[in-house]
Ligand binder design. Structure first.
Ligand code: RB5
Length: 145
């Protein structure tokens, strides 16, 4: 299960991602927003991040205007590793190296053609399970004071 969330700045691109997931028969849950009306990105980051951190969804996809505010918000939730990716190399590397569990886009930055290729890369790239990457992720999870 993939949990989706956006604010108004990411709403249109989220609709394109939804179309793509439907075409591929990938199960998803759209946690809002549900129109282009102005809203607050932390509300949707929180819902999707909790859904993923709680284990109800394997991955999340979050979209705001830049992808930055919604990334900052999602990464406040323990267990979330949200990665803002506007290219396939980053999407592959963040799965292999960071075991990222939330993919983030800026809806005002990237087009839908590239975005769905990045979604595909992210969803189909496994974590490397390399000792050095596990060690680094564990350090993130311990918290950085
Ligand atoms: C909303 O106008 C915009 O600030 C938001 O979508 C996002 O880009 C914040 O980081």
């Amino acid at each position: 299960m993939i949990a989706l969330g956006s604010d108004h700045g990411g709403y249109e691109l989220k609709q394109e991602v939804i179309k793509y997931l439907e075409e591929k028969n990938i199960a998803f849950k759209d946690m809002g927003c549900y129109s282009k009306e102005s809203c607050d990105y932390p509300d949707f980051a929180k819902q999707v991040a909790k859904e993923v951190a709680g284990g109800n969804s394997q991955y999340g996809i979050l979209i705001c205007g830049t992808g930055i505010g919604i990334s900052i918000s999602a990464n406040k939730v323990k267990g979330i590793r949200a990665a803002l990716c506007h290219d396939c190399f980053s999407a592959q590397a963040t799965r292999e190296h960071n075991n990222a569990n939330v993919l983030v886009f800026g809806g005002r930055i990237i087009g839908s053609g590239l975005a769905v290729k990045i979604v595909d890369t992210f969803l189909n790239t496994p974590f490397s399970n390399d000792e050095r990457h596990i060690r680094r992720i564990n350090k993130i999870e311990e918290g950085i004071e």
